[in-house]
Design a protein around this ligand. Structure first.
Ligand code: PLP
Length: 417
């Protein structure tokens, strides 16, 4: 993992960099993907469970829509928050599928879901305002909150509670200084999903704190396994004005490289959405012009393809979970959403790996696993809270690779001393 992280290490010897950028952490998940690519380029047989992206290609009709738009001359500057047609399609989708009351002018189409979260926090947070993050959490939440000068307040969860916060924990963390809460269900990295009742119970708490805005990251909404229904907090009327719904095309439509996300912010009479668009107008301006046609095609006609990908992910989730559950002393919550297993490997700390590495942390564990057994997983350290006892494995890969990789992990772990 070292080489990508090293390549991202910035020394301040020649230029005078801001404190902000010097303190910014590089992404550990990208570090793992980069290391796997390096090892594969050397001809090594590495099984990659690191990548947080579908292994499917973007469905052809979505690609074709973008090609057609390009050939039809949709190549110039576009309105900053997106074309009226694309915003309308997204607003209709949010009303129809998610029960979120909104208008096209509440939609801001952004360069990925990541930038939608950045814009939302930039629009809301003044220096020192509190931003609540529920850990283990996606690696980018904390760096983004800090870039926006927010004071991060962490609510930690454990595997015993399926990595979900309780209303009591939420109540204790909220103060009159809370400006934003980052909420993510299904969760990266935990692979667990809040039930509608659990979300309603949190909404009851939030409703008493009118100044606090819940940024609901629903990027994995289409990837839920088992009988949990997805509930958008923005559909709960008592908090609807306090919710910004974040979503995007990356995960559901296998479009990670297209960089398309969106936010729906009906609060403050649309002022939050306008503020986000104002910010975007001074940053990226808007997404690539051909992306709007792709959004319209995906949202209007893509549901069957999404469902077929979901069914395949559900099979893989079960397969990986069963394989991991069979390894002695490896504790793993059953994945109910996204595409991750997040086992606790801490019972192997203080022991020695087959080729003699002393394992004291999940970073040691992941490094030794990659170097000795050629399986890439993401060490938990950067996800916060109890994550340093865990590693993240993505099952966004073939069943064959899941079987082969888990077999290697199992054999490797059996040889620990
Ligand atoms: N939110 C979560 C929880 C994620 O895991 C990711 C990507 O890994 C994103 C948001 C951002 O996705 P994108 O910027 O590709 O839309």
């Amino acid at each position: 993992m070292a080489s990508y992280a090293e390549s991202m290490t910035i020394t301040n010897s020649t230029v005078c960099l801001s404190q902000r950028v010097q303190q910014l952490k590089p992404s550990s998940t990208l570090a793992v993907s980069a290391r796997v690519k390096e090892l594969k380029a050397q001809g090594l047989d590495v099984i990659g469970f690191g990548a947080g992206e579908p292994d499917f290609d973007t469905p052809t009709p979505i690609k074709q829509a973008a090609i057609d738009a390009l050939l039809a001359g949709q190549t110039g500057y576009q309105p900053v928050p997106g074309t009226p047609q694309a915003r309308e399609v997204l607003a209709e989708k949010l009303q129809r599928e998610n029960g979120v009351e909104c208008k096209p002018e509440h939609i801001v189409i952004t360069v990925g879901g990541k930038h939608a979260i950045y814009l939302a926090l930039q629009a809301l947070v003044d220096p020192g305002d509190e931003v609540i993050i529920m850990t283990p959490a996606w690696v980018s939440y904390e760096p983004i909150a800090k870039l926006c000068d927010g004071k991060v307040i962490e609510i930690s969860t454990t595997m015993d509670q399926d990595f979900k916060i309780t209303p009591k924990q939420f109540e204790q963390a909220l103060t009159s200084n809370t400006k934003a809460i980052l909420f993510n269900s299904p969760s990266n990295p935990c692979g667990t999903t809040y039930t509608p009742d659990e979300i309603r119970a949190l909404a009851d708490v939030l409703a008493d704190h009118e100044q606090a805005v819940l940024i609901s990251d629903e990027i994995y909404e289409k990837l839920i396994y088992g009988d949990i229904a997805h509930l958008s907090p923005g559909s709960i009327s008592k908090i609807a004005q306090q919710v910004i719904t974040i979503n995007g095309m990356s995960k559901a439509y296998a479009m990670t490289g297209w960089r398309i996300g969106y936010a729906c912010a009906p609060g403050c009479d649309g002022a939050i959405a306008k503020a986000m668009a104002r910010l975007q107008g001074q940053m990226t301006s808007h997404i690539t012009s051909t992306g709007y046609a792709a959004i319209i095609e995906a949202i209007t006609n893509g549901s069957e393809t999404v469902e077929s990908m979901r069914i395949q992910f559900a099979t893989r989730a079960e397969l990986m979970y069963q394989q991991l559950a069979a390894i002695p002393d490896l504790k793993c919550a059953k994945p109910t959403g996204a595409f991750y297993c997040f086992p606790d490997v801490s019972s192997y700390f203080g022991r020695t790996s087959p080729q003699g590495s002393r394992i004291e942390s999940s970073l040691d564990f992941a490094s030794a696993l990659l170097e000795e057994a050629r399986v890439a997983v993401v060490p938990g350290e950067d996800f916060g809270g109890c994550s340093s006892n865990h590693v993240r494995l993505s099952f966004a890969c073939s069943e064959e690779n899941i079987k082969k990789g888990c077999q290697r992990i199992s054999e490797w772990m059996h040889q620990f001393k």
